[in-house]
Design a protein around this ligand. Structure first.
Ligand SMILES: *[C@@H]1O[C@H](CO)[C@@H](O)[C@H](O)[C@H]1NC(C)=O
Ligand SMILES: *[C@@H]1O[C@H](CO)[C@@H](O)[C@H](O)[C@H]1NC(C)=O
Ligand SMILES: *[C@@H]1O[C@H](CO)[C@@H](O)[C@H](O)[C@H]1NC(C)=O
Length: 435
């Protein structure tokens, strides 16, 4: 370990002092080191992290003069922390309060340290962390591996050690490191380097990397093995937007599973398809159920980005569905897969009216099953299959429970016909327990 540390520090020094050295050569040095000695072992994200994150809903709204209620400020995070506790989310596992971009002052302080915007975060991040901790919650922060964050705030390139220590000193529990203002060749050095310095602080900090997303944007398959060695969770596709189109695009990317990224999920490491938008504006009730069901099946972080102060009861019920949460949090940490896909021909004869079945193996030989229908013509589709056909194996069959209603949904042997009638842009979501 010591030899490795010295070697990595040497790489860090050359990173600082030979900025002209080609990054490709340095990647080679680092990859060799990582390949031989390193694997991420910080004890965190044994199951997908759950909590709240500001980006999708509140973006980079820094106008606290005219829009105090919605701007990125310490008040916003404190209010969300209050609601996580008072409305029962914390006790169901939603524990992270994650700051996203636009929290920082545009300039580092005279010691080169990051600091929060003094107008919007007058008490500073340390005080905010203390407040969040006093509520039994954890605080996450946002940084960027490049020279600037995506929103134009100071990035961590060439400041990795100082920034890691600053976050640890503040009592931060999670870091999302974005990848704007950098180049694709640098990621394989920069992300592991930040993990190295986070580890050296001695404070367990959950590490979320946007690294593979930028590789996918360049139409390449990320090196997921290397990513899983440095990161607890990683974004590997575009930012979620408040729309059904965005949710289905992400689901299809996860269904395609290019590079077999699902196989890198497990306790300590999870793919991150981005925030939960249940309770926002863009999804119907059925579509909100689809997102919750699929994010549970995909072993995805459940980071809500909504306004907990004004959320509707029906959305809250979806987010607080205990069976869906326990599927998401299954201790085996296996990521579910799309196992069945047909093109159905609805009344409008549109070929894109797809029907899919997803399954996820769970502890005690149980399975989660989601049947999603993307149709837009008429009422529910009607599809026939059997548990055997979709890969379940218990010879005595299974007892199904409907996750969203909590009602029994029948007993099935492996080859009994299972008729599924999900609504248009809706889902049927089952827990299958072997009998
Ligand atoms: C640092 O890494 C070592 C070795 O992988 C691990 O045992 C330790 O828990 C890590 N510490 C932190 C704070 O992440
Ligand atoms: C999934 O794969 C299909 C078929 O190869 C392709 O047409 C589609 O663009 C892919 N979708 C995503 C989101 O990757
Ligand atoms: C991904 O998995 C499929 C089957 O699950 C296999 O055929 C394929 O070779 C794998 N691809 C890679 C790149 O590992």
């Amino acid at each position: 370990m010591l030899r490795f540390s010295n070697a990595l520090e040497a790489v860090h020094k050359s990173w600082l002092s030979f900025q002209t050295m080609t990054t490709k050569m340095m990647s080679l040095v680092l990859l060799v080191l990582i390949g031989v000695t390193h694997s991420l072992d910080n004890g965190l994200a044994r199951t997908p992290p759950m909590g709240w994150m500001s980006w999708q809903r509140f973006r980079c709204n820094i106008d606290c003069k005219d829009d105090k209620y919605n701007c990125i400020s310490e008040d916003l995070y404190m209010e969300m922390a209050d609601h996580l506790v008072s409305d029962g989310y914390r006790d169901l596992g939603y524990e992270y309060v994650n700051i996203d971009d636009c929290w920082a002052a545009k300039q580092r302080d005279s010691d080169g340290k990051l600091r929060a915007d003094p107008e919007r975060f007058p008490s500073g991040i340390k005080k905010l962390a203390d407040y969040v901790h006093s509520k039994g919650l954890k605080l996450g922060i946002y940084g960027d591996f490049g020279t600037l964050t995506c929103g134009g705030y100071p990035g961590s390139k060439f400041y990795e050690e100082l920034d890691a220590q600053t976050f640890a000193d503040w009592g931060v529990d999670s870091l999302k490191l974005d990848g704007c203002y950098s180049t694709i060749d640098d990621y394989a050095i920069g992300y592991p380097l930040m993990e190295f310095w986070l580890n050296k602080t001695g404070r367990p900090i959950l590490y979320s990397c946007s690294w593979p997303a930028y590789v996918v944007f360049s139409h390449k398959i990320p090196d997921y093995a290397a990513i899983a060695k440095s990161c607890n969770i990683w974004r590997n596709y575009g930012d979620i937007q408040d729309s059904w189109g965005s949710v289905t695009d992400i689901i299809r990317f996860y269904g395609n599973d290019s590079g077999n990224f699902s196989s890198f999920a497990g306790p300590g490491n999870f793919n991150d398809p981005d925030m939960i938008i249940v309770g926002d504006y863009g999804l119907s009730f059925d579509q909100q159920q689809v997102q919750m069901a699929l994010w549970a099946i995909m072993a995805s972080p459940l980071l809500m980005s909504n306004d907990l102060r004004i959320i509707r009861a029906e959305s809250k019920a979806i987010l607080q569905n205990k069976m869906a949460i326990s599927i998401n949090q299954d201790p085996l940490g296996i990521q579910g897969k799309r196992v069945y896909m047909v093109k159905t021909y609805g009344p409008n004869l549109r070929k894109n009216n797809k029907f899919e079945i997803w399954t996820r193996p769970l502890k005690d030989s149980r399975f989660a099953i989601a049947a999603v229908y993307y149709g837009t013509g008429g009422g529910p589709t009607r599809q026939m299959t059997s548990l055997g056909k979709i890969g379940l194996t218990n010879q005595n069959g299974y007892t199904l429970t409907d996750v969203f209603t909590g009602q029994p949904a029948g007993k099935y042997s492996l080859n009994t016909t299972l008729t599924l009638r999900p609504n248009p842009s809706g889902v049927l979501f089952f827990l299958a327990v072997p009998q």
